[in-house]
Write a protein that binds this ligand. Structure first.
Ligand SMILES: NC(=O)c1ccc[n+]([C@@H]2O[C@H](COP(=O)([O-])OP(=O)(O)OC[C@H]3O[C@@H](n4cnc5c(N)ncnc54)[C@H](OP(=O)(O)O)[C@@H]3O)[C@@H](O)[C@H]2O)c1
Length: 245
């Protein structure tokens, strides 16, 4: 269906990025999945191979790169050459939630280096064909901040301004952001540990839609931003109504 299209998904060995890769492969798009850890990428590749048809599997490439490292980002896009769409879901959020009085710069920098500077390095090095798109993933933490979540709120909020600025600077390439609410992915193991299930269940009960998000909900929103040629400079909230409660 999307023959000759090449999409790079950075942060695709898990969660939303992995769900997006599955959608892309089943639509016939050549898809490069990127993450830091080669073993996790190999596991993701195996999972994708099992869930899409054999011919679609040939469209899949893996590339290990740390989005916070400029040499890695440069090498990634040298290897891919010009591409049609790039999506960035990568974030190192482990340890980012912390009360301001106990603030530790190290985990805060890891989040900002991935989420904000990673997005900027991607914008710098990706050669995206005209008519293509660059899509970031921010998050509800910017719009419904929690105590202890100041750096998470700030990093996600910054992506909205970055999106607007880059939509002008990179045009005709379109630049957008999807802002998810709470979505059941492995990131919650790092954020909440054993409390993951209870915290997600409590949020599901609060939300107008009565459930937390699935990675596929966000993958579909990312596809929308990628495919609609009239959308740029936009933050799309896909949060089950979280901003209302
Ligand atoms: N899940 C939620 O409830 C939620 C809510 C709001 C916003 N978000 C945002 O949504 C995005 C995706 O989250 P998710 O829930 O899908 O997370 P996830 O399941 O933990 O997946 C994160 C992916 O990013 C990769 N990654 C992390 N750091 C990286 C780096 N420095 N360079 C390259 N790849 C890196 C990870 O692989 P490696 O570790 O192997 O590198 C993994 O493939 C994140 O930006 C997150 O902040 C999530």
């Amino acid at each position: 269906m999307n023959e000759n299209e090449h999409v790079v998904v950075i942060g695709a060995s898990s969660g939303m990025g992995l769900a997006l890769a599955e959608r892309l492969l089943s639509q016939g798009s050549a898809t490069s999945i990127v993450g830091r850890n080669a073993e996790r990428l190999a596991t993701a590749k195996k999972q994708l191979t099992e869930s899409v048809s054999e011919s679609d599997t040939d469209l899949l490439r893996t590339h290990a790169a740390d989005i916070a490292n400029e040499d890695d980002v440069r090498a990634l896009f040298t290897a891919t050459g010009p591409v049609d769409h790039v999506v960035v879901t990568a974030a190192d959020a482990a340890g980012a939630y912390q009360p301001i009085r106990d603030f530790d710069l190290k985990p805060a920098r890891a989040l900002v280096d991935t989420k904000l500077f990673g997005a900027i390095l991607t914008a710098k090095h990706a050669a995206i064909r005209p008519g293509g798109s660059l899509t970031f993933v921010s998050g509800i933490a910017a719009y419904r901040p929690l105590p202890g979540g100041s750096i998470v709120a700030a990093a996600n909020g910054a992506l909205a301004s970055l999106t607007a600025a880059l939509a002008l600077e990179l045009a005709p390439v379109r630049v957008n952001t999807v802002s998810p609410g709470w979505v059941d992915t492995p990131i919650w193991d790092a954020i909440a540990g054993e409390a993951k299930h209870d915290r997600l269940a409590a949020m599901a009960a609060r939300l107008p839609v009565g459930r937390v998000g699935a990675p596929q909900d966000i993958a579909d929103a990312l596809l929308l931003m990628m495919r609609n040629p009239f959308v740029t400079g936009t933050v799309l909230h896909v949060d089950g109504g979280h901003r209302l409660v």
